[in-house]
Write a protein that binds this ligand. Sequence first.
Ligand SMILES: Cc1cc2nc3c(=O)[nH]c(=O)nc-3n(C[C@H](O)[C@H](O)[C@H](O)COP(=O)(O)OP(=O)(O)OC[C@H]3O[C@@H](n4cnc5c(N)ncnc54)[C@H](O)[C@@H]3O)c2cc1C
Length: 473
Amino acid sequence: MASTVFERQAPPPSAVAHSLEKSRRGVFWLHDLGPRAQHPRLTADTQADLVVVGGGYCGLWTALLAKQRDPGRSVILLEAKTVGWAASGRNGGFVAASLTHGSSNGEARFPNELATLDRLGLENLDAIERTVRELGLDCHFERSGGLDVATEPYQVEWLREAAAADPSAQLVEGDALRALVDSPTYLAALRDAHTTALVHPAKLAVELARAAIEAGVEIFEDTRVTALDTDGDGVQVRTPDGSVRAENVALATNVYPSLLARNRLMTVPVYDYVLMTEPLTDAQLTSIGWSGREGIGDSANQFHYYRLSADNRILWGGYDAVYYPGGKVRSRYEKRPKSFERLAAHFLTTFPQLEDIRFSHRWAGAIDTCSRFCAFYGTARKGRVAYAAGFTGLGVGATRFAGDVMLDLLSGEPTERTELEMVKSLPIPFPPEPLATIGIQATRWSLDRADHNDGKRNLLLKAMDAVGLGFDS
Ligand SMILES: Cc1cc2nc3c(=O)[nH]c(=O)nc-3n(C[C@H](O)[C@H](O)[C@H](O)COP(=O)(O)OP(=O)(O)OC[C@H]3O[C@@H](n4cnc5c(N)ncnc54)[C@H](O)[C@@H]3O)c2cc1C
């Protein structure tokens, strides 16, 4: 099998060890928040027109949009821990316009509505930018665009085809590419100026919470919802020390066990690992260029994503996407030295100019992977409960759209969004254990082989493509 550039040009183990030596385990973004607003725990029985479960972006957008649509509606948000502690506070901060986890996934799954989905996705990203500006959300929002880079010759062909199909994207090669970002591993890049923005993820979460409170939403933290009991005229939302009688409920619980039994096999947690460097010096920054501050991803199945922070650190994540047998979310899975060493090695291969770099933080998070790689939506309990989950690693932007979809569904009135095939259809559930582990490990192995074999997919991947099943991070 062919080797990848990361194997051919691997740095010495001592350089990797040096780069990680001083890194601390913890999420840079959460450490960087400083003092933040605390919200009380629910300790009484109360009522609301709408209860939102989950204080990540999906729940926060849903609560805020609900108040913006109807300021008279009473809205309560219940969060098991603290606002933004989970995926929303620890992600890469890429805000993508895509609602379908990229256009090739959208094309494969919803070919008849891809143009509509692309338009709605761009409108959603524009609306996020507008909200950030109008509500003064301090979250380091930068509409800096994206670069999809090829590090192997077969990927250049993929980018060429993508450039031919998309007039807004531009193929960049040779000196022009080096002038954008200087890495000896780059063979070509697809540049898109409009469809990606970057944020400070944890600040976006706490600022959305601030805006929601200012709009009149009540937020309770340290309040885990344990059950939803439905009767004729409402839903009783149960928590350990109190309950809320609600007309409607929106579930935004992401990768955590769904409060609806029917959704338990719809997603699996896949662990994604991240490193953050110390701030680059001016000389280090000059050595790599990157003055456009684009969000960058490479084109392999197992891909890296990376970006600059406001204080010129480099966040470097991805590649390993690890599913642990049993499919549970556990903080012990966040420690995986092998993944951090691999990430550091690939970083040093990509930017050999930064051989003296030190990583200051390392962390991981669980991604809510579903078999179609993009969110699914629906209602339960006679239309009183709506849900959205399955963002599969591309939910920073798409969660706002999901909030709109859930509110549309709860209103009972058809809209352009609720009529989408993407909204009406559901992904194929994962099989129960141990079949899930066997299937997912076989798929991971096949994706790794494809990355070592000019991107060629084996029979298992082709069969899964044919039935619309997949595994991704
Ligand atoms: C390492 C990593 C990097 C990523 N990078 C990117 C990226 O660059 N761009 C991108 O678009 N996406 C990225 N993602 C994915 C993105 O972060 C998620 O899709 C998005 O944050 C999902 O938001 P959410 O609100 O659905 O989930 P979460 O942020 O996970 O929030 C769900 C909340 O629900 C709460 N909850 C669960 N059950 C209950 C209950 N019973 N009662 C009360 N509360 C409950 C949880 O405590 C949690 O706070 C990344 C994810 C990870 C882990």
